[in-house]
Design a protein around this ligand. Structure first.
Ligand code: PLP
Length: 381
């Protein structure tokens, strides 16, 4: 009998517990000073001018589309090869998702795949750092910028990844981040919008708080509270100080999280190198990944297919996951499948498998995974 190996586990410790206890003792648990501090520190870490904390990456994407001026009927080019939230956010503003295919190696859109999906009504592109692999934003912007199309970076998975030596998101007009436990840095649920446009940041902060002219924090700080007005239809997308306190600690751990994951990835890559028919995710030429997801692609020369490998891992008490989903295969978006299909997307979604990857994965347990990768049929002979 062996212990079950999870596919992921967040890295949370005593420091997070202590930070939470401090917030509770302070009596200020909703959006307040810790959210403001988390925003400042996050903006500085990803080298963006402004950061606005939200309840999730999904709500950050929703706000990003609004402040970038995307409205009903506009076309937004996005990869189908992404978590469904990327596509859903486009629908929240009444815009029309247009699916672009991805590079078969990185799983990300490129300037060419975006160019092929442009229409006369394209007003925005959402470029995703899928699984942490940095999208080549410069290549995408070289196509979009001259046409006046805004590029929003879905950096949900990207904290700690780099593009040409800079943190991902640094080169984006606007980016959205996730702090769900499935990503590296977690606040339970939570998200962030970063941008270099002051007016976009101000409006996003306004919209996340019901469109109120005076923030709750400002009201609290003044003895004679100013009368607030509500200038447009807003939302409640506020992060809590409880979440932000955890986020501040987690942000401090980020470099160590990335370093550890890159060491685990290097061990997997060295092992998979000698296995016929398996290809492991790796750094693209233009940057480095945080390995938010470590995936392998199962080719025809491998002794079994993706489902067979998933089963072999399950028999060995190892959790794995089928690779990234394809939104165009889900009921609400099937009718948006382009006539020429999305061959690279379909190949990756059908043939990739996400392996265990988390901070405290031991070498011994990783070796159990590697043993199955090397001999997927042996365990059942
Ligand atoms: C996880 C994820 C999201 C959604 O993030 P939430 O914080 O859960 O809303 C969006 N886009 C991508 C690419 C993701 O991986």
């Amino acid at each position: 009998m062996s212990d079950r190996i999870n596919v992921m586990m967040p890295w949370l410790g005593r420091e997070e517990e202590e930070a939470l206890a401090e917030v509770i003792a302070s009596g200020w648990v909703a959006q307040g000073p810790r959210v403001a501090r988390f925003e400042r520190e996050f903006a500085s870490a990803v080298r963006s001018r402004y950061a606005v904390a939200t309840t999730s990456c999904t709500t950050a994407l929703h706000l990003a589309l609004i402040v970038a001026g995307i409205r009903e009927g506009d076309h937004v080019v996005i990869p189908s090869f992404s978590f469904i939230a990327t596509t859903n956010a486009v629908r929240y503003v009444g815009a029309h998702p247009v699916f672009a295919d991805v590079d078969p190696v990185t799983g990300n859109v490129t300037g060419d795949t975006v160019a092929a999906a442009l229409t006369p009504r394209t007003r925005a592109v959402i470029a995703v750092d899928q699984g942490g692999v940095p999208v080549d934003l410069d290549d995408v912007r070289a196509v979009a910028d001259p046409a006046g199309i805004v590029v929003i970076e879905d950096a949900a998975c990207g904290a700690g990844s780099t593009l040409r030596g800079c943190p991902v998101g640094a080169g984006a007009e606007i980016a959205a981040w996730s702090f769900h436990p499935r990503k590296l840095l977690t606040t339970g649920e939570g998200g962030m919008l970063t941008t270099n446009h002051q007016s976009w940041a101000v409006r996003a902060a306004h919209l996340r708080e019901h469109g109120m002219s005076v923030s709750a924090a400002e009201r609290h700080a003044s003895a004679l509270p100013p009368a607030e007005t509500y200038d447009e239809v807003g939302y409640n997308f506020r992060m809590t100080d409880l979440q932000a306190a955890v986020g501040i600690v987690q942000l401090g751990r980020l470099p160590e999280m990335v370093a550890r994951r890159r060491r685990i990835a290097a061990r997997y890559q060295a092992a998979v190198d000698g296995v016929h028919g398996l290809r492991a995710v790796t750094d693209p030429p233009h940057g480095t990944t945080n390995y938010q997801s470590f995936w392998v692609e199962v080719d025809d020369e491998y002794p079994t297919d993706r489902e067979g490998l998933l089963e072999a891992l399950a028999v060995a008490d190892i959790s794995a996951r089928r690779g990234i989903m394809a939104a165009h295969r889900q009921a609400p978006y099937r009718h948006l499948t382009p006539p020429e299909g999305l061959p690279a997307t379909e190949r990756l979604t059908d043939r990739t498998l996400i392996l265990p990857m988390f901070h405290h994965l031991s070498d011994a347990n990783q070796d159990r995974v590697i043993d199955v990768l090397r001999d997927p049929v042996g365990g059942r002979r």
